[in-house]
Write a protein that binds this ligand. Structure first.
Ligand code: H2U
Ligand code: ZN
Length: 338
């Protein structure tokens, strides 16, 4: 008899339409791989050397204002620039390139250097949510911008350059790969079945319960059935909405609440300020309705078995298919139990 909790199998991600290999029996194998130094987590409330703290100067000499809440500025090392001329290049379909106008910003969540989403006050987190909505609308309204990607790199392990609580926003002319793939899947699902893939998925996970990590009135956090990263989660809105500006005031509070609860669980898991990359997926800002999109966030944390042992996507995963050992169900259970 096949045992889903023990025997090797693969699971399908309907959003990306890719498979992940699950090998639960490997969780018993010995570990002699890399361990990482734990960063010391005692940051001061104000760091005179931090380029994000209020009143300090950034690279290039601009000085931050003495801000007291959130603070948004254009990235001094922006990957995308708004005045990029439109140009295309195609050599026999093999060498294709196109210019990419865009705009990159940095959002400081708080003037206080040593905070994280997990330990910020809900009322201050609500202001962060409002700032995300304002930025999504402001950047999305620009004619050259058709997509706004809000994301946070947290922790040195994920390449974050600074512990000061902040996120980035990259807004672009074209739809980025991940969002384009999700959009195609959501559209096809709606055309074939007449429903929303993520409305159906959220309903299913709420009743199953085994992959659920957190839930409040408006949002649900689950370890998705098809998770690749050991403690990957998705935060899904329970109501069908396509982008963050469609949230009511109560839903904005609920988003702040579930983000705090979810990241606090992460921090408790290995007793460390948990590293991750997270970000929103929502509709493009190209002027069309895009009702097929369903607002959600992905958390991709690298840690595997302790504060210092991380998962790498290497070997078979680069050449063939991503793979995980611990099942989504046992990861969710561990997150529920901390
Ligand atoms: P990360 O921690 O996710 O790398 O985000 C920090 C961003 O801040 C990064 O994109 C920008 C970097 O370009 N930055 C500035 O805009 N000004 C600075 O003085 C330093 C860093
Ligand atoms: Zn700082």
């Amino acid at each position: 008899m096949f045992d889903w909790t023990h025997d090797p199998h693969r699971r399908f991600n309907p959003l990306t339409r890719e498979w992940v290999l699950v090998s639960p029996h490997r969780t018993d194998r010995p570990w002699q791989g890399q361990t990482e130094e734990t960063a010391v987590d005692h940051e001061p409330a104000y760091d005179p050397k931090c380029y994000l703290c209020p009143g300090n100067s950034r690279a290039g000499g601009v000085r931050n204002p003495p801000y007291i809440s959130t603070f948004v500025f254009d990235n001094d090392f922006a990957a995308l620039k708004p005045d990029t001329p439109v140009e295309r290049f195609d050599q026999e379909g093999l060498l294709q390139a196109e210019s990419e106008p865009g705009l990159c910003r940095v959002v400081c969540f708080s003037p206080q250097h040593n905070l994280t989403i997990a330990n910020m006050d809900p009322s201050d987190l609500r202001i962060v949510v409002d700032t995300w909505v304002d930025q999504y609308l402001e950047l999305g309204a620009r004619p050259e911008i058709n997509y706004v990607q809000i994301f946070e790199n947290r922790g040195a392990m994920m390449g974050a350059s600074n512990p000061h609580p902040h996120c980035q926003i990259w807004s672009s002319h074209t739809l980025p790969n991940e969002s384009a793939r999700e959009q195609a899947s959501l559209l096809e699902w709606r055309e074939r079945r007449g429903t929303c893939l993520l409305c159906e998925y959220a309903r299913m996970e709420r009743s199953a319960g085994e992959r659920k990590v957190e839930e409040n009135d408006a949002f649900l956090t689950v370890v998705p059935f098809w998770a690749v990263w050991p403690f990957e989660t998705m935060v899904i809105s329970k109501r069908h909405m396509s982008s963050i500006e469609q949230m009511t005031a109560a839903e904005r509070d609920a988003l702040a609440d579930i983000l705090k609860r979810t990241t606090a669980r992460y921090d408790r898991l290995f007793n460390v300020s948990f590293p991750y990359s997270m970000g929103f997926h929502q509709r493009p800002t190209d002027g069309q309705a895009h009702d097929e999109h369903h607002l959600h966030l992905h958390f991709y944390p690298p840690l595997l078995r302790s504060a210092t042992v991380r998962k790498f996507l290497v070997g078979y995963e680069m050449l063939a298919t991503p793979q995980r050992d611990i099942t989504a169900e046992s990861a969710a259970k561990r997150l529920r139990n901390v």
